[in-house]
Design a protein around this ligand. Structure first.
Ligand SMILES: [Zn+2]
Ligand SMILES: [Zn+2]
Length: 154
């Protein structure tokens, strides 16, 4: 990222040891249901914002990486374990997991891949019985919890 470029999106891991900044809109935002993304995210699917490398900077800390295949590595925080990216080795882009952004509502998937592994229940998730965190915990219990999560800003 050039020194003049102002970040339009920022984010980082849960503990805050790793932070990043993005200076241009993502090239693409997508979901991947493939078995490797399920494992790497520990979730039913992963979602990624593809960023050209010249528009991306790690602004705090250096993530660890796992070479998940002969063509790709996945970055994560070695302190808290948050999965952060998928990237092709020597490729022109980095794919940042959208839950790691400070404003995940601003990175909206428009495509999905790896659908051979898509779990059947995913399409019905909006119809499951729903509660907010406050409704689930109640005000007393929720008020007594101390968060160790880094806030959603630098
Ligand atoms: Zn961390
Ligand atoms: Zn995948």
């Amino acid at each position: 990222m050039s020194t003049a470029a102002k970040p339009i999106l920022t984010g980082g891991c849960q503990c805050g040891a790793i932070r990043f900044a993005v200076s241009a809109p993502p090239v693409k935002v997508s979901i991947c249901h493939c078995r490797m993304c399920q494992k790497a995210s520990g979730a039913p699917f992963a979602s990624f914002a593809d960023i050209d490398r010249e528009n991306f900077t790690w602004t705090r800390g250096e993530p660890a990486a796992f070479r998940s295949s002969s063509i790709a590595e996945r970055d994560f925080c070695r302190d808290c374990g948050t999965p952060l990216s998928f990237r092709r080795i020597d490729g022109p882009r980095i794919e940042i997991m959208t839950g790691a952004f400070d404003r995940p509502d601003r990175v909206i998937p428009t495509q999905q891949f790896g659908t051979e592994s898509r779990l059947g229940w995913v399409v019905g998730v909006a119809n499951l019985p729903s509660q907010t965190t406050l409704q689930n915990y109640g005000p007393d219990k929720l008020g007594g919890i101390v968060s160790n999560q880094h806030p959603d800003h630098d």
